[in-house]
Design a binder for this molecule. Structure first.
Ligand SMILES: [Zn+2]
Length: 103
């Protein structure tokens, strides 16, 4: 009885029963996590560096969003986003809000 009930509820996305839904797993395996670090440079200036982008990521939008939300200058070069200042936690939060994995 219980089993019938569970089987009747399937995930609309992957088609598996909700108890066996593999969507999370699929998302995790296809999306690389972005790496966020704070780097200290000359004159004791801090930079927040985001790396680990792959080709399908919209880097322009990510850079723009980070700059806007952090209200800081930033550039994209050598496949990395450099934001002025130390904003590791905030940057991770913003990236996650945008649907990216970051740590
Ligand atoms: Zn699913």
């Amino acid at each position: 009885m219980d089993q019938d009930l569970l089987l009747s509820e399937t995930c609309s996305n992957c088609g598996f029963p909700l108890t066996d839904c593999v969507c999370d797993l699929l998302n995790k395996s296809t999306q690389a996590a972005l790496n966020v670090i704070v780097e200290k440079r000359r004159y004791r200036k801090n930079y927040t560096i985001v790396s680990g982008f792959d080709k399908d990521m919209d880097v322009k939008t990510i850079t723009k969003t980070l700059k806007t939300k952090l209200a800081c200058g930033g550039t994209f070069k050598n496949n990395k986003i450099e934001i002025q200042g130390a904003h590791k936690e905030k940057t991770i939060k913003i990236l996650k809000e945008m649907g990216y994995k970051a740590n």
